[in-house]
Design a protein around this ligand. Structure first.
Ligand code: PFF
Length: 464
């Protein structure tokens, strides 16, 4: 039996898990959802959900990983052989996400290089983003660079690769994001119509709950947006936290570590909003808060261009920071695939990193071509129009993840019982303070909400 890697201690685990959790979801998706969903109202809803659902799902994944010492693929089967299928189902999520996360990583790398070479103004021009992603070679090239770095870190192993990289990157990321957020608040701009907008007014747009036109239906929409954001952001229900949990030593106080991961992930998302919303508001007003990829790749470059010379530097720092956030996340996805395949095929980490790296490259190249050679427009069951990348995102995040969470809740809440998880949370000799909340959430509340989320994102809710 080969020796399994492990994190050196609690800090190594917290930073690596936070590295997985903090990614483009925090920096790009969270701010636009907040802008779209009533500012402060979204923030309050999200915070409540993190402390209840987020914590429940995170504790479940990490405790299953540490207690079984197995990766996602085998953990469920190791507890109850009849539930082996859930491990295989869970394994599908990182496999699907892997196909497109490195494509987005490549886009970010391209933008960082554009700012580095002093061509930031080009990035602000209309059509730049579309021209880039629809071109045939460039997106594949930048994806390849991003993927190669990811594979190299995974190749180096848990301690020397993942932990070392996260220890170096995560504190730096936090400092950068705090710096740019403060800078955003100091901005002020007068547009062609003579209207002056300030960063502090933008902060108001972000923080003050906007209840105008609120209906129960709209509130349900906000709740579901916040819930799916939570999954993606905390990297739960996709086997990643099970795999990372299996590398945690028995003496680590899991309850405390989970609290720190939640704070890190939510804190970075909150700061990302504080950095992006005031900046976009100052230069483009509330109309600039476009949703989807255009916020990061179209609206922000325009904001940087408005800043003049400083914009090139701020743009560069911003995209380098996003590269690091995306890298630590992509590493966690690839690690989950590599660890599972090492077990499955009895191969070394080095060999598996290489093979998974090459397979990921082939899959990601196909996704890149989804914007030209394989272009199509498909309407998803939730009403969104989608290309290949969106289809993968939909299948993994909107379809599989709620289904897996639902099944995991049934498994833990009713088959092995919450006590199984609580025992592991307390295995280090520390009390699991939120144990009552945990048991209640995993048995009753979470499965119901997951079922609603599943019905909503598959469009089935409309038929009921
Ligand atoms: N949690 C990461 C983010 O917020 O961007 C993204 C992520 C990492 C998603 C790992 C999925 C995943 F498997």
């Amino acid at each position: 039996m080969k020796k399994k890697g492990s994190f050196t201690g609690s800090l190594g685990f917290v930073l690596a898990a936070a590295g997985s959790a903090v990614g483009v979801g925090n920096i790009w998706r969270f701010p636009y959802l907040a802008a779209k969903d009533g500012g402060g109202l979204f923030l309050i809803v999200y915070l409540v959900l993190v402390l209840t659902f987020g914590f429940t799902l995170l504790a479940t994944d990490v405790a299953i990983g540490r207690r079984t010492k197995q990766n996602a693929l085998h953990a469920f089967g190791a507890i109850r052989p009849r539930w082996k299928f859930l491990g295989y189902l869970t394994f599908l999520v990182p496999a699907l996400i892997m196909t497109y996360y490195s494509v987005i990583g490549g886009w970010i790398t391209k933008y960082a290089v554009t700012y580095l070479t002093g061509h930031g103004d080009d990035a602000a021009a209309d059509g730049y983003f579309t021209d880039f992603i629809t071109s045939r070679v460039s997106p594949v090239f930048f994806m390849l660079i991003f993927l190669a770095v990811t594979a190299f870190i995974v190749y180096r192993g848990v301690e020397k690769g993942i932990e070392k990289f996260s220890r170096f990157v995560m504190p730096g990321l936090l400092l950068l994001i705090i710096g740019i957020a403060i800078f955003s608040l100091t901005l002020s701009h007068t547009d062609a119509d003579g209207v002056t907008r300030t960063g502090l007014q933008g902060l108001g747009v972000y923080l003050i709950p906007d209840l105008s036109g609120m209906t129960p239906q709209r509130f349900l929409g906000i709740l579901l947006d916040a819930m799916s954001q939570l999954f993606f952001s905390l990297s739960v229900s996709m086997g990643i936290m099970i795999t990372y949990g299996s590398y945690v030593k028995k003496d680590v106080n899991l309850g405390r570590s989970l609290g720190q991961i939640e704070i890190f992930d939510t804190g970075v998302a909150f700061l990302a909003g504080m950095m992006i919303i005031p900046a976009v508001f100052v230069f483009s007003g509330t109309d600039g808060m476009a949703s989807g990829p255009s916020l990061m790749f179209v609206s922000l470059p325009k904001v940087f261009a408005e800043m003049g010379a400083a914009g090139t530097i701020v743009g560069l720092i911003f995209f380098v920071m996003v590269i690091f956030a995306a890298l630590t996340s992509c590493v966690s996805i690839m690690e989950t695939l590599v660890a599972s395949c090492m077990d499955l095929f009895h191969q070394t980490r080095q060999k598996m990193s290489l093979i998974i790296g090459i397979l990921s490259l082939a899959a990601a190249a196909v996704i890149c071509l989804g914007y030209n050679v394989f272009y199509f427009e498909l309407t998803l069951p939730n009403g969104q129009s989608a290309q290949l990348l969106d289809v993968m995102d939909y299948l993994s995040n909107s379809f599989l993840m709620p289904a897996i969470s639902f099944l995991t809740c049934i498994f833990v809440g009713w088959i092995i019982k919450p006590k199984w998880i609580i025992e592991e949370m307390e295995a280090s000799g520390h009390r699991f303070t939120r144990r009552r909340l945990y048991s209640f959430m995993i048995r009753y509340v979470t499965p119901v909400i997951m079922a609603v989320l599943f019905l909503q994102s598959t469009g089935l809710l409309n038929y009921l």
